[in-house]
Design a protein around this ligand. Structure first.
Ligand SMILES: Cc1ncc(COP(=O)(O)O)c(C=O)c1O
Length: 356
C-alpha cells in the first residue's frame, strides 16, 4: 500500500514516471546503458533534452521568443542569478515580500543593487498576500513569488507590471494554466511539481537586456546557457529525465487545465474539512489560500503529537508544518491522488470524534 505523501518537496511524483525512470537507469532508449552513463552529447540524450524543452513549451504554451532552460543550483541560485544579470549596481529592483523565500530573494538582490520592497506581508505574519502596491516604472524588474510554500498562500492573479516581471514559481509551476507573456522570467526548482531536486526550470524572454558593463561569468549568464541549448556544461541528466517523464505523465492526464481542475477539487475537500472541524483552523487568509500547500493548526496545540501519530498510523507522511511556523502543512501537488486527501480528512474526522 503506497504512503499518502504530503511532503512539501522533494515530494510525490507519479508512480508511472518513477517506474519509467527506474527502467531508464537499466536501459535508456534501447542503448543498453543507464541514462546516467551515456554522453549528454549522444543523439539519444539530445533527443530527450529537446523533447523535454518542447514539452514544457506545449504544456505552458510558451511563446517562441522565450528560451526554456534546465539549470542547476535550485531556485536559490536564481535568487542571485536574476539580479546578477538584470539589476545594475546603480539601479533598483522591485520585490513583493510574501514570505520566507521572497525575503531570501530580496536579500540576495541587495548584494547587487538597490531593492524597493513594494509591499510586505511580514507584519501580518505572511497570512495574506499584499494587494495594494505600486510597482515603480523605473525599476529594472519586479519580482514576486507565486506560491508561498511555507505559509500556504498563493497569488490568485498577477499584476500588470509596468516593468519586466520575474516570478519564482517553484511550488506551483504546472499546477494551472499560465499566461507566460505576462512574465519576463519564470523559474522553478523542479522538486515539487516537476521532478526530483537537481534541476531548475527557467523560462526567459530572449530580449531581456543584461546589465550593461558588468562581466558575468559564463555559468551565470542566461544567454550563454540559451546559446548552448541548455547544455553549456554537463546537464543534470537524471533530474531532467525524470522531470521529462513527469511532464509526459501530466500531458497524458490532460495537461495543466485538467490538473488545475483536480487540484481545485483536492484543495476544496481539505479546506472544507479544516473549516468544518471543531479542532482545526486554517492559517492563510481565505482569499489567498494555496491550492498546493494547505496550512492549518490545532486549536489545542498540546494534541499535535497525538494527531501526527494517528496520521502516521493511516500511512500519512509529510504533514508536519515547516520548522519555522509549526502546525501542519499538507502539500497537495499534481501527483497526489484525491484518495490521499480523503485519507487525511478521514483521520481529521476521527480525531475530532475522539477529542472534540
Ligand atoms: C517558493 C520557493 N522558492 C525557493 C525555494 C528554494 O528552492 P531550492 O531549494 O531549489 O533552492 C523553495 C523551496 O522549497 C520554495 O518553496
Amino acid at each position: 500500500m503506497p504512503k499518502h505523501n504530503f511532503y512539501a518537496g522533494p515530494s510525490i511524483l507519479p508512480e508511472a514516471a518513477i517506474a519509467a525512470a527506474v527502467e531508464g537507469l537499466k536501459d535508456f532508449a534501447g542503448t543498453g546503458l543507464p541514462v546516467v552513463s551515456i554522453s549528454h552529447r549522444s543523439a539519444e540524450w539530445v533527443e530527450v533534452m529537446e523533447a523535454a524543452q518542447a514539452l514544457v513549451r506545449r504544456l505552458l504554451q510558451v511563446p517562441d521568443d522565450y528560451d526554456v532552460l534546465f539549470l542547476q543550483g535550485g531556485a536559490r541560485q536564481q535568487f542571485a542569478q536574476i539580479p546578477y544579470n538584470f539589476l545594475p549596481s546603480d539601479g533598483t529592483a522591485a520585490y513583493l515580500d510574501t514570505g520566507t523565500w521572497a525575503s531570501k530573494a530580496i536579500a540576495e538582490a541587495r548584494l547587487f543593487g538597490d531593492v524597493h520592497v513594494v509591499a510586505s506581508g511580514k507584519e501580518a505574519k505572511y497570512r495574506a498576500i499584499p494587494k495594494d502596491y505600486v510597482i515603480p516604472t523605473d525599476a529594472a524588474y519586479f519580482h514576486c513569488t507565486s506560491n508561498n510554500t511555507i505559509y500556504g498562500t498563493q497569488m490568485q492573479a498577477f499584476p500588470d507590471s509596468p516593468v519586466p516581471m520575474v516570478c519564482d514559481m517553484s511550488s506551483d509551476i504546472f499546477s494551472r494554466p499560465l499566461n507566460v507573456e505576462k512574465f519576463a522570467v519564470i523559474y522553478a526548482g523542479a522538486q515539487k511539481n516537476m521532478g526530483p531536486a537537481g534541476t531548475t526550470l527557467v523560462i526567459i524572454r530572449r530580449d531581456m537586456p543584461p546589465v550593461k558593463g558588468r562581466a558575468i561569468p559564463e555559468i551565470w549568464d542566461y544567454r550563454k546557457h540559451a546559446a548552448k541549448g541548455s547544455m553549456l556544461n554537463t546537464p543534470p541528466v537524471f533530474a531532467i529525465y525524470l522531470s521529462y517523464l513527469t511532464l509526459q505523465w501530466l500531458e497524458a492526464q490532460g495537461g495543466v487545465a485538467e490538473i488545475q481542475r483536480r487540484n481545485a477539487e483536492k484543495a476544496a475537500l481539505l479546506y472544507e474539512a479544516i473549516d468544518s472541524n471543531p479542532l482545526f483552523e486554517g492559517t492563510a487568509a481565505p482569499e489567498d489560500r494555496s491550492v498546493m500547500n494547505i496550512t492549518f493548526v490545532l486549536k489545542r496545540p498540546e494534541l499535535e503529537a497525538e494527531f501526527l501519530k494517528m496520521a502516521a498510523e493511516a500511512d500519512i507522511v509529510g504533514i508536519k508544518g515547516h520548522r519555522s511556523v509549526g502546525g501542519f502543512r499538507a502539500s497537495c501537488y499534481n501527483a497526489l491522488p484525491k484518495e490521499s486527501v480523503e485519507a487525511l480528512v478521514a483521520v481529521m474526522d476521527a480525531f475530532a470524534e475522539k477529542y472534540a
